[in-house]
Design a protein around this ligand. Sequence first.
Ligand SMILES: Cc1cc2nc3c(=O)[nH]c(=O)nc-3n(C[C@H](O)[C@H](O)[C@H](O)COP(=O)(O)OP(=O)(O)OC[C@H]3O[C@@H](n4cnc5c(N)ncnc54)[C@H](O)[C@@H]3O)c2cc1C
Length: 499
Amino acid sequence: VTVASTAQQIRSAIDGWRRALGAEQVIVDGSAISELLNNASGLNKPEVPAYLKARTVEDVQAVLTVAREHKVPVYPISTGKNWGLGSRIPPRAPCALLDLSALNRIREVHEKLHYAVIEPGVTQQQLADYLRERGLPLIINLTGSSPNSSVLANALERGTGFHRQRTDECRGLEVVLSDAEVVRTGFWAERTATEPHFYRHGMGPTLDGIFTQSNFGVVTAMILDLIPRPPRIALMCFAFNDDALAVVIDRLRTLYDQGILRWIAHVFNDARMNTMNTSKNPPWLAISAVMGDEDQLAYYRAQLEAKLLPLGTSLAFIGEGQVDVEGADPMITAMYDVHRGKPTWGFLHGLYHTITGAVPENYDELDQTTFGMLACLPVLPMLGETVVALRATITAICEAHSLHPAITFNPLDSTSLETVANIYFDRRDPDAVSRAHACQNELHRTLYAQGVRFYRTDVSSMDFLTDRPTGHQRTIHKIGLALDPEGIIAPGRYRPAGP
Ligand SMILES: Cc1cc2nc3c(=O)[nH]c(=O)nc-3n(C[C@H](O)[C@H](O)[C@H](O)COP(=O)(O)OP(=O)(O)OC[C@H]3O[C@@H](n4cnc5c(N)ncnc54)[C@H](O)[C@@H]3O)c2cc1C
């Protein structure tokens, strides 16, 4: 379903949105919208006739009612920092943007059952501050993105925190459908105000999954798992050489199987580390948290030393005392902070200091700088030889475009591993922009042809990766036709047009 709105329909929709939200919540000024569409990916700006600012769930219902009546689609964004994947750029245009950042209530936090009910505009910093100010013994599974990025949107995108995948932390959703009905999933649908949320599946088919990487509804709240604060956290930092990559991945797999590693590990190549510090970095560095009391930490440490050290060049365990000191390595401090639930600017700071051009005062202004960034995100089986083959293909393709990829492998558990291959470029240089885009395109096409699949994608590769004549895609399309027959929510988002 693709909506091709006419100029008259767009005018009528804008009138309707002004009546519903108030004129000051509807931006139609071309240059203001153009500024909002600047994006770190260097993508062309599509036709966005209006930028709508919702403040309540009722606003979202009204926006969708008008959109449906006049057949003008809307693309929801929570904080719009989908950096490297398109920022605020919708996959199809014309399409209005629906900004949900003002829906930023933390509706509830349950200490004993460790969850929070949050709206789209709730940021990592806001939730972390809330927990800290109340002295709650809970931490958030943070990402390395801006402290001001949305927790909920990242979970909907199936983004990855430093402990675990954000989507796995979802215990229920509140969603506005295209017909303006507000749906709460699972047992939330029949919960009384005093009952806690304690079970994620409800009864019958689970609905939460159909609203992640999806355009079936606008999510207005999520029940999010929090992590009980462990007594102690140590970072395991394990350096190794390039020729050990396969054997290290295989060894990490067995460490997950044995329950010694329990959280996502981050395995950085030197190019990735060079964006975060000025030290002389090893070819590869694997970092993962170990958590627990003294005895547990001693056990994990002994196991990791016995099983990893023979394969690498160094193994260190970093505790709180080593990061809260002057002169600490900024990358290690940033890694420690995200693991202890403290949002950090460390990763953005690192990016800004690897590029030429002015560093903005406000680190959230990445889209307004000249810094270019794309991401290619394959997911692999947790098998050493597969990881080495992928690394070789990514490197060869990037080098053919005179680019050097910053690669992070993120083992999730003993079966799968996510890859983040970042390409950085200077947006002031048209040749650099077109080389980066050609490289990104070739990465997706070549890897796909080799059987590699992707866990998340940028808006420009979405059609290529999702327009497949499989039963899976046809079923998604049938659900989409039932839930949004006019195709007014985020057309093209993880779902191609047409059957
Ligand atoms: C230095 C750096 C570090 C990063 N680290 C990480 C990391 O560790 N992990 C990671 O996953 N990413 C990371 N990123 C990528 C990105 O910045 C984050 O994923 C960020 O959280 C996404 O932006 P957002 O939360 O503002 O989401 P938005 O841009 O608001 O939304 C993301 C997507 O979800 C959809 N969406 C948003 N809200 C809704 C809603 N309420 N209903 C329906 N659909 C919705 C939007 O249409 C959009 O397609 C990093 C980026 C940089 C530059």
